[in-house]
Structures are given as structure tokens and as C-alpha cells.
Design a protein. Structure first.
Lengths: 143, 143
DNA sequence: GAAAGTTGATATCAAATGGTATCAACTATT
DNA sequence: AATAGTTGATACCATTTGATATCAACTTTC
């Protein structure tokens, strides 16, 4: 058996696996498009699902021709409040709810429902993981 | 009194008004970002609301650094089906509902609720008009 | 009918973007 | 301690992208 979420590849291995450079992989992270697992020593580890996500990002950049800023803006449209079921209080304590340029996981939530969540495993972050459109999520939420 | 939706500027006047070139304005149209009024002779006319929309597009490109393809993808996320209240039949006869790369108004609807609609005046198209985020629309639809 | 402005299309240009190479400093494993 | 691989950061390159200029053909308006 295999666990798609198990962090097992170092950054150089993952880069080799996808035919890209290590700095590129770090860039995607800096830009908020991916959240790799981090050991206590700060070393990154990538799971198979992470690999899939990066391949999706690459496809969106290289084939669909959407730039990184554009991808980020699309991710910022994921209606997280409806997914994690925010209360009114959660919302008023959320920078993301009022902003619209960054995905929620790029924000340091301090005093709401997301405070103790690990974004890497959160359904919101994963909504874009397999390159399925966010629109499918919207159709689900807006019947 | 003034009607913001009255088509009154020719393309050269509108271009001059915004300090851009005529081909640029035509490009935005070709890319599906704006729908100017067209006289029977095919001549374009721009309203004040059109001007506002173009200024919003420019801001998104020049300040927010999102490329045209990215803007189009964002527009493609507007949940039109929930706005114009599509029936199940309307949806099954809608290319847009299944796709996710183009805004609905770039699609030639033949046999559903949008068939006889003028996209230029449709609420869906206008959702991005004043540069208010689509996210606001989502908040409204997903309480 | 003449002048002015529009149409679509093509070619071109400057700037920005994604990506890579390279660096010294640090960490882990042997 | 020594090797191998990581970290973040900077600088650089090739390509793409947004934008413009220009063109002949067609409309509108005076």
C-alpha cells in the first residue's frame, strides 16, 4: 500500500522527478502555490500528492498561460468560509475574508477557527490539488 | 442627468479618454474582457460604465500584475448558473457549465436561458464591472 | 463625393515573467 | 571530521506578453 500524503521525497529528488530545478520548486512555495511538509530541521519533504499539485501548477503556467499572480488570485477565490464553516466571529477575525488577493493559507490566522489548523492538510488548500477546477467546488456548494 | 450605460463614446474618443491606444481597446474585447455596444454598422460605442470596466482591467493588469489569461480564468469562475437561476435543462445545454476557462459571455449559447439574453446588460457580465471582487459576489451567494 | 474615422489584421517593440545558476552558510548522516 | 545535501538569497537569461504603429478597405457624416 502507498500513502499519497506521506512526505517522502527531498527537494532535489522531487525536482529531478519532475524535471525542474530546486529553486523553481522553492519559488512556487514562496509564491504560496504549494506547502511542502517540513521536518523540525526545516528540511522540505514532498509527498506524491505534492508532486501532483506541482505538475498541476506547471500545466497551468505553461499550457494555460496563466501567470503566477493569476493563479494566486484564482486560489484566493476559494470560498473557505463555506468549506470550514466559519462562524460570524471567525470571519470578523479573518484577514482573508475581507481581502481577495491571496489564498487563505498565506495568511497568519491568529484568533479564529484556522488558528490551530494545518493548512497543508486542510480541504481548502487541497481544493486545487489535483488540478480539478475550483469551479467544480463552487457547483457543489451552489446547487 | 446622466445614464452610465448609455453608449456614447467612439473607440478613438474612449481610447483618448483613458490614455491608451485603439488597438489595445480592441484587444481587450477580443480577449473577452469587455463587450462594447455595437451599432448596426458594427461600429463600437462605449458607455461610462464601459470606461470604468476598462480602467479596472488596466488596474488588474498593470498594478496587480495578473495577465489577461488569468483575468479570463477568474471571470470564468463567476457562478452564473446561480445568478441567472439556470434550470437543470439549461445547464445540460450549456458549454460553460462544464468548462472552466472562459467567461460565459464568450460562449455562443444556443438553446438555454441565455439564448436571448444580451450579455452586455446581464448581471453576470457586470459582476466584474466596477472592479469589485468576484469574491464579494460569492460571499453574497454563500452566506 | 470628399474627408474623417472606423474596421480587422499584421508586424514590431519594450518590459516583465518564469526559470536557472550560483553563492556561502548550515544540517544531517556516516 | 568529512562528505553530501540542504537552506535562503542574489543575479542573470530567454521567452513571453501587453501594447503600439501601421496598413488597406470600408462607413459614416458633412
Amino acid at each position: 500500500m502507498q500513502d499519497l500524503d506521506e512526505p517522502k521525497y527531498t527537494i532535489s529528488t522531487a525536482a529531478k522527478l519532475m524535471g525542474i530545478s530546486v529553486p523553481t520548486l522553492r519559488m512556487y512555495e514562496r509564491e504560496g502555490l504549494i506547502i511542502p511538509y517540513k521536518k523540525s530541521s526545516n528540511q522540505r519533504l514532498y509527498s506524491d500528492r505534492d508532486i501532483e499539485r506541482v505538475m498541476c501548477i506547471r500545466k497551468t503556467i505553461n499550457e494555460d498561460k496563466i501567470n503566477i499572480e493569476g493563479i494566486r488570485r484564482v486560489l484566493a477565490l476559494i470560498p473557505c468560509w463555506a468549506i470550514v464553516k466559519c462562524t460570524a466571529g471567525d470571519r470578523s477575525n479573518c484577514e482573508f475574508y475581507s481581502g481577495h488577493t491571496k489564498p487563505c493559507w498565506m495568511i497568519n490566522h491568529k484568533k479564529n477557527i484556522c488558528k490551530n489548523k494545518d493548512c497543508r492538510t486542510c480541504e481548502v488548500y487541497r481544493s486545487f490539488g489535483n488540478c480539478a477546477s475550483i469551479k467544480e467546488k463552487l457547483k457543489e456548494l451552489l446547487p
